[in-house]
Each structure stands twice: as C-alpha cells, then as structure tokens.
Design a protein. Structure first.
Length: 333
C-alpha cells in the first residue's frame, strides 16, 4: 500500500494519477470532502475519471496524530506532498506548524511502522545560498542562516531536517526539490497558487513583467521522476528538479501567447517592486487584507538564481519536457 499526503494539491493529485496508472495500490488522505473534487477534476481533465475510483480516500490530517494511526495501517511506501504554501509573514506560525511539525509526525510514524521508503516533496526554496565563487545552486550548496529567507523557505528547510533526522534513525528517504511547477491552466475562479496564479494574472491582463529568473519544471516531469526515484535503489539522497532556468518575462510571454491575450509590456524594475511590497504591507495592515506581494516575493521577482539539474540527469538519465511547449500543449486541453 502507498500512502499519499497532499493528494488534493497540484503535485499530489497528479502523483495519484501516475501511481494508479502504474498499478499501485493507493491510499490518499484528505481534510474536507470539497478538496477531493479538486483531485477528481485532474483525473477528468486527462479523461481518466475511471481511475479515480481506484484510490482509497481517508479523512486525516498530518497534524492530527490519532488520524494518522489509521492512515498508516498496512502502508509500505509514503509520498509526503502536503504543505502550506504562503509568503505572507502573518502565516509564519502556521507554516512552521504544518510544514515542520506535520513532517515530523509523518516521519515518526514511518519509523515506527517500518516504512520501506519515504519521499518528501520539498522545494528549491530550501536549497542553499550561493557563495561568491559559485554560479549554480546544487544539492550540495550550503544553507546560510545569516542570509534572509522567506518563512516558507525556512519551514521547508526545517521539514527537510526532520526527514534527515529520520534517516539517521533508520528510515530510507528521498527528497525532491522542484522549481516552479507548471501544471494545467485552472478552469475555476477560486484562489490559485504557483503557476496557476501566473495563468490567472496573465489572463486578466497582467501589464508588468520582471527580468528575474528561476528554475521551472512541468508537473508531468515532477511526478514521473519522483516515482522513478521511489522505485529505484536510490535512497537517502535529495534531487533538484528543474527542466531549465527561465526568465520570468519569457514564461509570461509564452503564457500570454497560449491564452491569446496581450503580453505584459511594462518592465517592473527592482525599485518599483520594493515600493510595491512596502505599499502592500501598509495597505494590508490598515484594511486587514491578505498580503498580495511581500518582500520575499518582490526580491524573487528580480533575482537571477540559477539551479543545476545535473544530479538527477546523471542518476536517471532524465530528459525534461520543454516548459514553453508544455504551456502551449496544456492550453489546448
């Protein structure tokens, strides 16, 4: 039996589809019935609705220890995808509790139940900080606690420490650190995150672009590689998962072309982005609103981080999907 947390999210739902397509016996945990529909819609999008019925759904929460007692029954392998994603400083406590404490609960049960292999879906946000002589961020790049990090990055780094602690206690583990994950274009008006938020903003006529860059990867590659790592003899390693390092403007232009809307045409320079996050902080405080842009997201928008995918290519011989072609193809579904 395979246990998947976060099965209603982008990675989790696509991983569930990939697992059942490969004949795995799968149990997925959920918190509310409404969230299950999100996962079902992914199966329907790819015209695989019949496979959805093969999943055993169980109501549980990674912060609710008694519910995990039931979830781990007869489980051999675990994919821990559940996480809180937020860059709002007000969510610091919730981020640490969900991402660190929740992961600690998962690895503790995995140790106690003698799970054969545990996979943690982390993020490139948890990778290290470049030294002056370095060009590419790799799995071996040192994390510098003296440098500024978002609360989200700190929480994912802390979660990784729990996974490595579990390895020291005898659990075989795999950590994957995906970049920005490009998934299907959302078909609902509900609040979105990650690449889905990019799609929505461009569709609504986003005017500004930035010239920062980061690592991008398609959801298809994330789940395929993660599954391959879990089925392989590779263990107690972490892998950066990016197809390519891409400038934000190029991604936004590709999305605009795929959606047949106007491309962002105004360059938001660092000075403007810094002004915007300060203004947003004041506005959100005065009117009790959720932050829409923070210091961390503003800095990320113009930072030019380069990530190396050489380790995973060497380990599995991975050939990545082209992210620009993926956006064009997925827009036709």
């Amino acid at each position: 039996m395979v246990l998947v947390t976060g099965g209603t999210g982008l990675v989790g739902s696509h991983l569930l589809l990939h697992l059942v397509e490969n004949g795995e016996n799968v149990r997925a945990v959920y918190r509310t019935d409404s969230n299950i529909q999100k996962a079902k819609s992914v199966f329907e999008l790819y015209q695989k609705a019949d496979l959805f019925e093969k999943i055993e759904w169980l109501e549980a929460d990674i912060l609710d220890v008694p519910s995990l007692e039931i979830a781990f029954a007869d489980v051999d392998y675990v994919y821990h995808c559940a996480a809180l994603i937020s860059f709002d400083p007000k969510d610091e406590e919730a981020l640490r509790k969900t991402n660190i404490e929740g992961t600690a609960n998962m690895v503790n049960f995995s140790i106690a139940r003698q799970i054969k292999k545990f996979c943690f879906v982390s993020s490139i946000a948890a990778l290290g900080d470049l030294a002056a002589h370095e060009t590419y961020i790799t799995e071996e790049t040192d994390w510098n606690p003296e440098k500024p990090h978002s609360d989200y990055a700190i929480s994912k780094y802390g979660a990784e420490m729990e996974v490595w602690r579990a390895h020291q206690e005898g659990l075989d583990v795999i950590i994957v650190n995906p970049g920005v994950i490009l998934g299907p274009i959302p078909r609902t008006k509900s609040k979105q995150q990650g690449s889905a938020e990019l799609y929505v903003k461009v569709a609504k006529g986003l005017s500004f672009y930035t010239l920062g860059s980061t690592g991008f990867i398609t959801i298809d590659d994330v789940v395929k590689i993660t599954y391959q790592l879990m089925k392989s003899d590779i263990k107690n390693e972490r892998f950066t998962l990016i197809a390519d390092n891409v400038v934000f403007k190029d991604i936004l232009d590709t999305i605009a072309e795929a959606l047949k809307v106007k491309k962002p045409h105004l360059h938001a320079k660092p000075l403007l982005m810094n002004f915007l996050w300060i203004a947003d902080a004041i506005f959100s405080t005065l009117f009790f609103q959720k932050r829409t842009i923070t210091k961390a997201t503003a800095k990320a928008s113009y930072s030019k981080n380069l990530y190396s995918n050489e380790k995973i290519k060497t380990a599995l011989g991975t050939v990545f999907l082209d992210v620009h072609q993926y956006i064009k193809d997925i827009s036709k579904l």
